[in-house]
Design a protein around this ligand. Structure first.
Ligand code: NBP
Length: 475
C-alpha cells in the first residue's frame, strides 16, 4: 500500500516548496504535487533527505496518498489558478476533507470558495502566510480562517511549523471563512504604512538634517535598540549602510526611486473604503508608491517652485523624527486594527485582536516588540474602541506630540513631503477634536440636496427650508 502522508501540498514554487520542507523537517510526512512534475522531482532530489516526502505526478495519486480527513494545501498563484486547482481536486475529495489555500487570495474570493465547498461537505481554509520564502522555510506567521472544526484538525500541524516567540506559536485560528485572508491583507497594509513612515524619516534626516546614508544607518541602528526595535528598522539599517560595489556610492543612491506593489496594500484601502474605516496612513503609503511610479508626471513637475525657506539648523531633528515615527506608527496600527474590528463585526468573525498582534510577533515582515504592547492593550481592554486610547499608547502619543508637530510643520516649510506623518497627525487631531467640521458639511448637504441633519439638542432628523424662510422642519 502507498505510504500515507499527514498533509499534502500542491504548488511547489518557492512558497510551497519551502512550506513542504518545513513540514518535513518537523517530522511530518508530506505529499507533494505540482502541475508540472519537474518541480516535484526537483524538490525530492534536492531535499528528500530532510524528511518524508510522498511525491505524486497525478492528482488522483496525490489525493490517495493523504490520510483522512485529508489536508490538502494549495500554494499556487492567487486568482484564476487557485480556482482551477480547486476545480481539479474538489471532485476527488470526500466530506470532512480540508482544502487549505495558503496563497494571497482576496478575502471575498475566499468567502465565495468556502461557501461553495461547504455545500459539498468540504472545509475550505483560507490561510494567510506571511514571511516570504525565508519564513515559509524557517517559520512563518500563519493566519488560518475557516471552520473551528478544520482548525482543530489542522492547527497543531500549522502551529508546529510556525515561528515561535517566547515559546508561543505565531499561528492562531482567526475566524470563519475569509477572516484569515482578511487579516493577512491588513497585515500587508500595515507593512506598507510602516515602510513609508521609515522612508519619510530617512528622507527628512537626509534632506533636512543633512545626514549621509551611512550616518542615518547609525541613527536607525540606535533606534533599533529602543521602542522602535523591529525587523523593518533592522533591515533599513542594513540597506542604508550598504555601498554599491560598482560605483562606490551608497546603494540607496543607485536604486531607481519608483516603488512597486503587488496589490494587497491597494486591497486594504479599497476594503477600508467599503467598510467606511479611515485608514489614511495605509492609504498615504499606497499613494506614495503610486506617485513615485509616475515618472512622466514627476519629470513634468520637477520645475515647479519649492519653498524659499532654507532647511536651517537641524536642531533636535533626530530626536523629533524618532518621536514622529513612533507616534505615526501607533496611528497606522490603530487604523489597521480598527479595520479588522469593523470587518469582524460586519462578517460576524469574532476576531481576537490581541491574538492577531501576538501571531505577528514572529515570522512576518512587521514583527516587532511593539506588538507585545498592542497585545497587552487588548488583553487589558478587549473592546478598546481605538488603540490610541490605551493608557500606554495615549501616554506615548502625548509625550511625542510636540516633536511630531514640529516634524510635520518643518517638512511642509522646507518642502520635503511626509504624507504618512502628516496624515497620522491629522487623524490623531481629528479623533480627539471636541467638535468636527462635519457639522458644516451636514449643513451644506442639507442646503443643496435636502439630505437632512441631526441636532445636538434634540432627537430626530431635520431639514431647513433654505430656499424659503429658513424655518426648520422635522424630516
Ligand atoms: P507563484 O505565485 O509564482 O505561483 C507559481 C505556482 O503556481 C507554480 O507551482 C505553478 O505551477 C502554479 N500554477 C499556476 Br502559475 N497556474 C496554475 C494552474 N492553472 N494550475 C495549477 N498550478 C498552477 O508561487 P509562489 O511565489 O510560491 O507563491 C504561491 C502563493 O503564495 C501565491 O498565492 C503568493 O501570492 C503567495 N505568497 C507568496 C509569498 C512570497 O513571498 N512569494 C509570500 C506569501 C504568500 P507550474 O510550476 O506548473 O507553473
Amino acid at each position: 500500500m502507498q505510504q500515507q502522508a499527514q498533509i499534502g501540498i500542491t504548488g511547489l514554487a518557492v512558497m510551497g516548496r519551502n512550506l513542504a520542507r518545513n513540514l518535513a523537517r518537523h517530522g511530518h510526512a508530506v505529499a507533494v504535487h505540482n502541475r508540472s512534475s519537474a518541480r516535484t522531482k526537483d524538490l525530492v532530489e534536492q531535499f528528500g533527505h530532510e524528511g518524508t516526502f510522498v511525491p505524486a505526478e497525478r492528482a488522483e495519486e496525490f489525493v490517495a496518498s493523504l490520510e483522512r480527513p485529508r489536508r490538502l494545501v494549495i500554494m499556487v498563484k492567487a486568482g484564476a489558478p487557485t480556482d482551477a486547482v480547486i476545480d481539479e481536486f474538489a471532485p476527488l475529495l470526500e466530506p470532512g476533507d480540508m482544502i487549505v489555500d495558503g496563497g494571497n487570495a482576496h478575502f471575498l474570493d475566499t468567502r465565495r470558495r468556502e461557501a461553495t465547498l461547504r455545500e459539498r461537505g468540504l472545509h475550505f481554509v483560507g490561510t494567510g502566510v506571511s514571511g516570504g520564502e525565508e519564513g515559509a522555510l524557517n517559520g512563518p506567521s500563519i493566519m488560518p480562517g475557516g471552520s473551528r472544526e478544520s482548525y482543530d484538525a489542522l492547527g497543531p500541524l500549522l502551529e508546529d511549523i510556525s515561528a515561535k516567540v517566547d515559546g508561543a506559536p505565531c499561528c492562531a485560528h482567526v475566524g470563519p471563512d475569509g477572516a484569515g485572508h482578511f487579516v493577512k491583507m491588513v497585515h500587508n497594509g500595515i507593512e506598507y504604512a510602516d515602510m513609508q513612515l521609515i522612508a519619510e524619516a530617512y528622507d527628512l534626516l537626509r534632506r533636512v538634517g543633512g545626514l549621509s546614508p551611512a550616518e542615518i544607518a547609525e541613527v536607525f541602528r540606535g533606534w533599533n535598540g529602543g521602542r522602535l526595535s523591529s525587523y523593518l528598522i533592522e533591515i533599513t539599517t542594513e540597506v542604508l549602510a550598504h555601498v554599491d560595489a560598482a560605483t562606490g556610492k551608497p546603494f540607496v543612491d543607485v536604486v531607481l526611486d519608483q516603488a512597486e506593489q503587488k496589490g494587497t496594500g491597494r486591497w486594504t484601502v479599497q476594503t477600508a473604503l467599503d467598510l467606511g474605516v479611515p485608514v489614511s496612513g495605509i492609504a498615504e503609503a499606497v499613494f506614495a508608491r503610486s506617485l513615485s511610479g509616475h515618472a512622466d508626471v514627476r519629470a513634468a513637475a520637477r520645475a515647479l517652485p519649492g519653498p524659499t525657506a532654507a532647511a536651517g539648523d537641524a536642531g533636535t531633528l533626530v530626536e523629533d523624527v524618532e518621536q514622529a515615527l513612533y507616534a505615526s506608527k501607533i496611528v497606522a496600527y490603530a487604523q489597521g486594527f480598527h479595520q479588522i474590528a469593523a470587518a469582524s463585526a460586519e462578517y460576524a468573525w469574532n476576531v481576537n485582536l490581541g491574538a492577531m498582534a501576538s501571531i505577528w510577533r514572529g515570522g512576518c515582515i512587521i514583527r516587532a516588540g511593539f506588538l507585545d504592547r498592542i497585545r497587552a492593550a487588548y488583553d487589558a481592554t478587549p473592546d478598546l474602541p481605538t488603540l490610541l486610547t490605551d493608557d500606554s499608547f495615549a501616554a506615548a502619543l502625548g509625550g511625542a506630540q510636540d516633536a511630531w508637530r514640529r516634524v510635520v510643520a518643518r517638512s511642509a516649510q522646507v518642502g520635503v513631503p511626509a504624507p504618512g506623518f502628516a496624515a497620522a497627525l491629522s487623524y490623531y487631531d481629528g479623533l480627539r477634536a471636541d467638535r468636527s467640521p462635519a457639522a458644516l458639511i451636514q449643513g451644506q448637504r442639507d442646503f443643496f440636496g435636502a439630505h437632512t441633519y441631526r441636532r445636538v439638542d434634540r432627537d430626530g432628523s431635520f431639514h431647513t427650508l433654505w430656499g424659503a424662510d429658513r424655518g426648520e422642519q422635522p424630516a
